[in-house]
Ligand binder design. Structure first.
Ligand code: PMP
Length: 440
């Protein structure tokens, strides 16, 4: 049932609101599919009173779930005391200092110093700029190139888009920043590209441990260890993008812990506040930080107005406290296993489902016409399945660049019954689409 409020807001939405990563044509034809008004735990409710499971933690970020009052109190408390002040130059504030210290404790290895941003794209742009500036300080200014992986997603700022391996994002403007190169997730290809381009021209390599927006693609076994070795051999900085995978998503605090290597920089955002405030950052290891301390003489000419925002930092501190107090990382590991079992069940049950995969509370399935050959449907089915699932009470996301996939990233607070509910709804949605579209 559509309420008057929904009708009014839909019209205003179409007139005035340009949505991020959206089809303007679809918006003008259909209006928004949900106007959400409330969230509680793993559930969202819209203006029609329709309650759905947020199977994506919204944008892979609401790790502690919706409607946590303590988070609002942390924001209120800090906003009432000191909402904002600059961290430029010699100014500082307590929540930013306390958060930087806390992060140094929970980040693996010697990632002990943090530069704050407002989100993932800014964090990756910051990492590229710090890498290039680092090489200027080290008297190797020709090290400009950044290598990233095909199918990666690193955000939409100019540098982050340029590093994004999903080509449609780069083709959107057809004018990317120079000195970005892309490789498949193959150690040999990486080595070949490094040697072809000349290691002395390469500043850094960036990768997500698990590619999120590219389809929840897991890394090949042993891949990162080998890449680390090549980076060490040629002095290339290794940047790990943990914007999705950080803060418990994969069943460890950070996904890099599964790989037993150390990056030089680690970018984070999303789960650091579970989306309750806008915050991201780049952590530097001791070697890099020490080099900056000794070599950097002038002003570090890079900083956002909101770098180290006191409210966002206070909210992040509360978020981390909640993750730890409630054992959410352990829960993500356990519930990740349940989700994976559920996806495997769907793969066995439906011949069009294949390649069920999981890594903590990240999951994915592919939809195929023929699971033997991997042939896909001419018209991808995942958008229909996801639309049907939403009607039945579950929000998911498709990935249709180079697959016909559905991905999963529920809040880390999810319980077994809720995982089962997700799997049951998806099961029903697949059956309905098969019946309607495939007449089978
Ligand atoms: N890196 C990764 C791995 C991401 O998934 C995202 C966002 N989905 C970003 C960077 C960009 O973050 P933001 O949208 O906060 O700029």
């Amino acid at each position: 049932m559509t309420t008057l409020l929904t009708t009014e807001l839909s019209e205003l939405d179409k007139k005035h609101f340009i949505h991020p990563t959206s089809s303007i044509a679809q918006q003008q034809a259909e209006g928004p599919s949900h106007i959400f008004t409330e969230g509680k735990g793993v559930y969202l409710t819209d203006t029609n009173g329709h309650k759905v499971i947020d199977g994506m933690s919204s944008l892979w970020n609401v790790n502690i779930g919706h409607g946590v009052k303590e988070m609002a109190e942390a924001a209120y408390e800090q906003m009432s005391k000191l909402a904002f002040t600059s961290n430029f130059s010699t100014f500082s504030n307590e929540p930013a200092i306390r958060l930087a210290e806390k992060l140094s404790k929970i980040l693996p290895g010697d990632l002990n110093a943090v530069f704050f941003t407002s989100g993932g794209s800014e964090s990756n742009d910051t990492a590229f700029k710090l890498a290039r500036h680092y090489w200027i300080l080290k008297d190797q200014p020709e090290r400009q190139k950044i290598i990233s992986r095909k199918m990666s997603y690193h955000g939409v700022a100019m540098g982050a888009t340029s590093a994004t391996g999903l080509k449609p994002f780069r083709d959107f403007t057809n004018a990317n920043a120079p000195h970005f190169h892309y490789v498949n997730s193959s150690v040999e290809e990486f080595r070949t590209l490094v040697e072809k381009e000349g290691p002395e021209t390469i500043a850094a390599f960036i990768a997500e441990i698990v590619q999120g927006a590219g389809g929840v693609n897991l890394p090949p076994e042993g891949y990162f260890k080998e890449i680390r070795k090549i980076c060490d051999e040629y002095g290339i900085l290794m940047i790990i993008d943990e914007v999705i995978t950080g803060f418990g998503r994969t069943g460890k605090y950070f996904a890099i812990e599964h790989e037993e290597i150390q990056p030089d920089m680690l970018c984070f955002a999303k789960g650091v506040t579970s989306g309750y405030a806008q915050l991201g950052g780049v952590a530097l290891n001791d070697r890099l930080h020490n080099d900056f301390k000794t070599l950097s003489k002038g002003t570090l000419l890079h900083g956002y107005t909101y770098s180290g925002h006191p409210v966002a930092c206070n909210v992040a501190l509360k978020n981390i406290e909640i993750i730890e107090r409630n054992g959410l990382i352990e829960n993500a590991k356990k519930m990740g296993e349940e989700l994976y079992k559920g996806l495997k069940y769907l793969e066995e049950k439906h011949e069009i489902v294949t390649n069920a995969r999981g890594f903590g509370l990240l999951g994915g399935i592919d939809i195929v016409k023929d699971s033997q050959s991997g042939e896909r449907f001419a018209e991808y089915l995942s958008p229909l399945i996801v639309k049907e699932a939403a009607k039945l009470g579950l929000i998911l996301r498709t990935v249709t660049y180079d697959h016909d996939s559905i991905v999963f990233s529920p809040p880390l607070i999810i319980n077994k019954a809720e995982v089962e509910q997700m799997v049951n709804i998806l099961d029903q949605a697949i059956s309905n689409v098969k019946r309607e579209v495939l007449k089978g």
